[in-house]
Design a protein. Structure first.
Lengths: 274, 135
């Protein structure tokens, strides 16, 4: 049971951390729980679908279907996060001001929640499909129902608890800095995803590695440690990244930062309802 | 890349209420995609690579110790002879890939510096262990 719990925990953790950041970033939006809940449900259904078509995906694109699929999913999430982060840079200041003065959570105009629904769904789909495949293998390999169910329950509970802890931690950030903080978190999340996507494309030999191992910090913080995995999910930490991963990370981060700076100036993007 | 382009078009239609701001956002996204496109287009043709075959049988790697040349790109061809899925994973090689039941997948690694690079089957960690030795 412990082995099952550990694997499930690791996968749930990654998705839960992403959901927590998204949940924090949508603070003050009415109906956000419904949107994010819908994202999770779509993601779980998608995960089962992906797991069932694992063979099809694996054999597609001359055996590199998995890499292309993962990279596409990650890039799609990057685009959605970029869109939201830039949108928030134009509206977040005002949102925070209203929340401060009125003291209640009000919404400023229409917010691109659909983009974040996609981000949540894709995160759950990616991590969830691995859990489903693993559980298929476990039950086929003769693991008992109690072991599988118990391991799953423990893993999911642990992963969700860690995500909740992150969310509660983020809520302690003072409100005037809150959306700036969540926006930077979203930027780093997107940069990390772009780096992961690049890694998949190197693995498939579709991108040059530009140095297979630019540096190695596994002695300081290993990818397999809990902190390493948490930082991997949140800000794309990689103990020994390929050069092209670092390039994708920087390019994505810089472009989003430019987007936020250029369109995030005060006075720009004031909603017409105000 | 095509899927991402379609996504951007989908965003465009939803966001018509604020066209000025959208154009700006879309331009930045287009820039992002352009950068990725440039990188993808710049992929050079592979000059030299070594192919190594590894089998998975009864949730074990065969051979469990694989010798490969250092300083070369290596194509690992992993054949799963079991009836259950496995995930080939390695922290040292920075790789992970699902190997379907009775399926064969390829994973590119390296060029590696001389040394030991452990790998494992994430779905059967207790038995599926191996190491790539680059020299």
């Amino acid at each position: 049971m412990a082995g099952i719990a550990v694997l499930v925990f690791r996968e749930v953790l990654e998705a839960a951390l992403i959901v927590s950041v998204v949940f924090a970033a949508t603070r003050g939006v009415p109906g956000r729980a419904r949107w994010i809940g819908a994202g999770i449900i779509v993601g779980v259904l998608g995960a089962v679908g992906v797991a069932l078509s694992a063979e099809l995906i694996a054999n597609a694109a001359a055996g590199m279907g998995q890499e292309l699929f993962n990279a596409t999913v990650l890039f799609a999430a990057v685009v959605m996060i970029a869109w939201h982060a830039i949108w928030m840079a134009t509206h977040g200041r005002q949102l925070a001001m209203q929340m401060q003065t009125i003291g209640s959570e009000v919404s400023v105009g229409q917010r691109p929640l659909a983009a974040l629904l996609v981000v949540v769904a894709l995160a759950v789909l990616r991590e969830g499909s691995e859990i489903v495949l693993f559980l298929f293998a476990q039950t086929a390999g003769g693991s008992g129902v109690v072991d599988v169910a118990g391991g799953m329950a423990l893993g999911i509970a642990g992963g969700c608890a860690t995500g909740l802890a992150l969310y509660l931690g983020l809520l302690r950030i003072p409100i005037r800095h809150f959306f700036t903080a969540t926006n930077w978190l979203l930027l780093l999340l997107a940069a990390g995803m772009a780096s992961q996507a690049a890694r998949f494309l190197v693995q498939a030999d579709l991108l040059p590695s530009l140095g297979p191992r630019l540096w190695d910090t596994s002695m300081v913080l290993s990818d397999r440690s809990l902190l390493g995995q948490t930082l991997h999910a949140l800000i794309g930490y990689d103990a020994h990244p390929a050069g092209v991963q670092v390039l994708f990370y920087i390019v994505t981060g810089v472009l989003i930062a430019i987007g936020m700076r250029v369109w995030g100036k005060p006075g720009r993007g004031v909603p017409r309802t105000a | 890349m095509r899927i991402i382009t379609i996504t951007i078009i989908a965003i465009k239609h939803k966001n018509l209420e604020n066209p000025v701001q959208f154009t700006a956002v879309s331009r930045s996204l287009a820039g992002l995609m352009f950068a990725f496109g440039l990188l993808l287009g710049a992929t050079p043709v592979v000059a030299q690579e070594t192919e190594v075959r590894i089998a998975i049988r009864d949730h074990k790697f065969e051979p469990a110790e694989v010798n490969v040349p250092a300083g070369q790109k290596i194509k690992l061809v992993i054949e799963n002879q079991d009836a259950t899925a496995e995930e080939f994973e390695s922290y040292e090689l920075n790789r992970e890939k699902v190997v379907p039941p009775k399926g064969t997948v390829s994973v590119f690694v390296g060029p590696l510096k001389p040394g030991r690079y452990p790998f494992f089957g994430d779905f059967h960690k207790d038995s599926a262990k191996g190491v790539l030795i680059a020299r």
